[in-house]
Design a protein around this ligand. Structure first.
Ligand code: F0G
Length: 427
């Protein structure tokens, strides 16, 4: 029986300032910062950060009043292990209206939470601002991650900001150009591994177990604390606009860190009495069809995923066969009444183009959310009267090659006004 956050949880003796770690498998509790620890000492299960007191909306300064703090991760510090962190700053991303897409898809409300608007262009910044702060607290030297690109860019930038050494392991030839450029210029040492992302993560976990590095992949439970503020922002702003919470959040799934973080966010809001059980949005995960172990597990009704050794997709950010946060995320999808769906690379590119035509520039993995929503609407698995938020996780400029391929080609013209007009008239 998994020890998911109990709505009546007792505070254990190991708590430090009302914060502790709990193993989601066996329920063992640990002090949060006494040692470097990513999984349970006893059973190797995933750990979750727990709090004695959970905040309500009022604790954050009230919804959307001029007195409330600026939107961003640290506005929600009452729900985090620290008051502040190594910040660039992050969060406070737009929740776009997309009326044309809303009409086309045919739902009551469609909003796009554009996480590409974070400092390094992805949601990873939310996790890193907290994770690097924790790294300082536990006093580690070298920070490391395996990455399909965005985590490495964020780690490099936040490590640089915190004055710490960073090491990133990337699958050779499978990371979008913008992300490698970021990691490089922000000063990470980049190791290109002859293997896929899952192998990179195996290796960096070994390095962490040997005490060589501090692991800042989403296995690190503190990363997910920062990422749960995506949920807090969506819920707070959607409510301020519409007077109710969204019915469904559709998001791309790789390691399933965001799925786990959003589920935790909703459970904590419920435990604090800030929302009712009936107000929890349905978590709906989307994967690329040749990288879809979570979808397989949801469809088959399994409690665990089976690792896919061979994965492929144009959406390289989610080219992942072993979603390490599945034990946290699968119950989230199930218990919120959500689902998971796989989409083709062509559908992802179509969705990327459609979002761009609405002015929202995203990388391919992000567009999977819209592609998934379209498919679920076509299949009648999402209702026309639903309020839906699609999460777009990374910026268009992250993957310039994919954007070029999806967009139209530049037209060469002579350097002459009449020739330009002739060319335009030729259409
Ligand atoms: N979207 C983008 C743009 C990503 O970079 C990632 C993950 C995901 C979605 C999936 O999120 O893991 O929380 O399910 N990127 C990681 C990386 C793996 O290394 O940058 P998840």
């Amino acid at each position: 029986m998994r020890a998911h956050l109990d709505l009546e949880e007792q505070v254990p003796g190991v708590a430090d300032d009302g914060v502790w770690l709990t193993c989601i498998e066996c329920g063992e509790t640990f002090a949060p910062f006494d040692a470097v620890r990513y999984t349970c000492d006893d059973c190797d299960g995933l750990l979750e950060v727990r709090y004695a007191d959970l905040p309500t909306w009022e604790d954050f300064g009230g919804a959307s009043t001029p007195e409330s703090g600026p939107y961003g991760v640290w506005r929600y510090s009452d729900a985090l292990p620290f008051e502040s962190g190594v910040s660039l700053p992050e969060g406070g991303t737009p929740l776009h209206h997309v009326p044309r897409l809303e009409d086309e898809v045919g739902v009551r409300n469609l909003r796009v939470k554009h996480e590409g608007m974070n400092p390094t262009g992805s949601f990873k910044d939310r996790g890193m601002t907290v994770g690097v702060r924790v790294a300082q607290e536990v006093g580690v030297g070298r920070l490391a991650c395996a990455s399909t690109g965005n985590t490495s860019a964020a780690l490099a930038a936040y490590g640089a900001r915190g004055g710490m050494e960073t090491l990133v392991l990337l699958p050779a030839g499978k990371v979008a150009a913008g992300k490698v450029a970021q990691a490089s210029l922000h000063g990470a040492r980049i190791l290109e591994v002859d293997g896929n992302f899952d192998r990179c993560l195996d290796i960096v976990q070994d390095l962490a177990a040997r005490g060589e590095v501090y692991l800042l992949n989403s296995l690190n439970p503190f990363r997910l604390e920062g990422q749960k503020t995506i949920g807090l922002e969506i819920m707070e702003r959607f409510y301020a606009d519409e007077g109710r919470y969204p019915d469904r959040i559709v998001l791309p799934v790789g390691n399933a860190g965001n799925t786990a973080a959003l589920y935790k966010c909703f459970r904590e809001l419920q435990r604090a009495g800030a929302i009712e059980a009936s107000e929890v949005p349905k978590l709906t995960g989307v994967q690329a069809e040749h990288s879809a172990p979570m979808v397989e597990a949801v469809e088959e009704g399994w409690d665990e995923i089976q690792r896919w050794e061979e994965v492929e997709t144009r959406a390289t950010a989610i080219r992942i066969g072993n979603p390490v946060n599945a034990p946290k995320a699968l119950p989230g999808i199930r218990e919120t009444g959500g689902t998971a769906v796989a989409v083709s690379d062509e559908a992802i590119t179509d969705a990327q183009r459609s979002l761009a035509e609405s002015g929202v520039g995203v990388e391919p993995a992000s567009a999977a959310s819209l592609a998934g929503l379209r498919k679920l609407r076509e299949q009648g698995r999402v209702d026309a009267d639903e309020d839906v938020v699609c999460l777009t996780t990374g910026h268009l400029l992250k993957d310039p090659d994919a954007a070029y391929e999806a967009g139209s080609d530049p037209e060469p013209v002579p350097a002459d006004t009449d020739a330009v007009l002739d060319h335009l008239a030729d259409e």
